[in-house]
Design a protein around this ligand. Structure first.
Ligand SMILES: Nc1ncnc2c1ncn2[C@@H]1O[C@H](COP(=O)(O)OP(=O)(O)O)[C@@H](O)[C@H]1O
Ligand SMILES: [Mg+2]
Length: 256
């Protein structure tokens, strides 16, 4: 199953969710491939100590004949490069931004990633794709190939701003309004009772697509990202670790 983590807003938690969910899926024995489609490479830095310039998602999108096996790396953690069992990554780097501009004019540009993934997707239980915070040709490649779209929203006055535009973009790419998506509520702070009620009301029309799991706002999640670690490694007893385990169980139930 190919799940993309999508929201054109920065700071919604896409990279945090991509990395922690991919790690949790791998820990539960599922062979998982994490693809970083964001030139900012926030997911890549967690699982790659050095990011080689010529072995990234860049090369894949630049050439149809490039062998995808050459950019898939074993995920590792820390300076000792401890391998993470069952977890693989296709990293990105800042040059992806330029590649994105160049491929905008290619024919079938929206299928570039899809055509590469066709060759290897049967080898993985899950492929998780971290998207950039804009709707561009990179995002469109991710949407085109996705089986499931996971949209994180954070609790706040503007959490759902732009969601109608996002749905329109997805419909355009999928050429259908019948795509599968789930909304994941992220960074909930139980102290903010009134704003939580406000956001829950806003989400009411999407109720059947809401994941039950809510990721709480938790400092361990933030610190883990700064430490280049999944929260389960940084602090396995934190609320953050607990919430991501629950999320993974929910996704696994869905996937079966
Ligand atoms: N549930 C959470 N609790 C605390 N901090 C969070 C949580 N989710 C995300 N963050 C922090 O918010 C910031 C933005 O998250 P990030 O995943 O980079 O967003 P995006 O990839 O959508 O731009 C990061 O510093 C991250 O550590
Ligand atoms: Mg990000």
């Amino acid at each position: 199953m190919k799940i993309i983590i999508l929201n054109q807003k920065g700071g919604a938690g896409k990279s945090t969710i991509s990395t922690n969910m991919a790690y949790c899926l791998a820990m539960s024995g599922k062979k998982t491939l994490l693809i970083d489609m964001d030139p900012q490479a926030h997911s890549s830095v967690i699982f790659c100590t050095d990011i080689p310039r010529d072995q990234t998602v860049n090369e894949l999108l630049s050439s149809k004949s490039f062998k995808i096996d050459n950019v898939i790396r074993q995920a590792v953690l820390g300076e000792n490069e401890e391998p993470v069992e069952n977890l693989f990554i296709i990293p990105s780097n800042i040059h992806l931004a330029i590649t994105a501009e160049q491929i905008t004019t290619k024919i079938h540009r929206e299928k570039l990633l899809h055509n590469h993934l066709k060759k290897i997707e049967k080898d993985y239980d899950f492929i998780i794709i971290d998207c950039p915070p804009t709707v561009n040709v990179l995002t469109i490649n991710a949407i085109y190939t996705s089986d499931m779209i996971l949209i994180p929203t954070i609790y706040g006055r503007y959490s759902l701003d732009g969601i109608a535009d996002l749905f329109r973009s997805i419909e355009d790419v999928k050429e259908s309004s019948d795509f599968k998506y789930m909304i994941l509520r992220n960074a909930r702070d139980s102290r903010n009772k009134l704003s939580n009620v406000f956001v829950e009301e806003q989400l009411e029309p999407y109720r059947k697509n809401l994941l039950k799991t809510v990721i709480r706002r938790n400092e361990a999640i933030n610190q883990a990202q700064m430490n280049n670690e999944p929260v389960m490694v940084f602090d396995p007893r934190s609320y953050g670790a607990e919430d991501f385990k629950e999320l993974t169980e929910e996704i696994l139930r869905y996937g079966n």
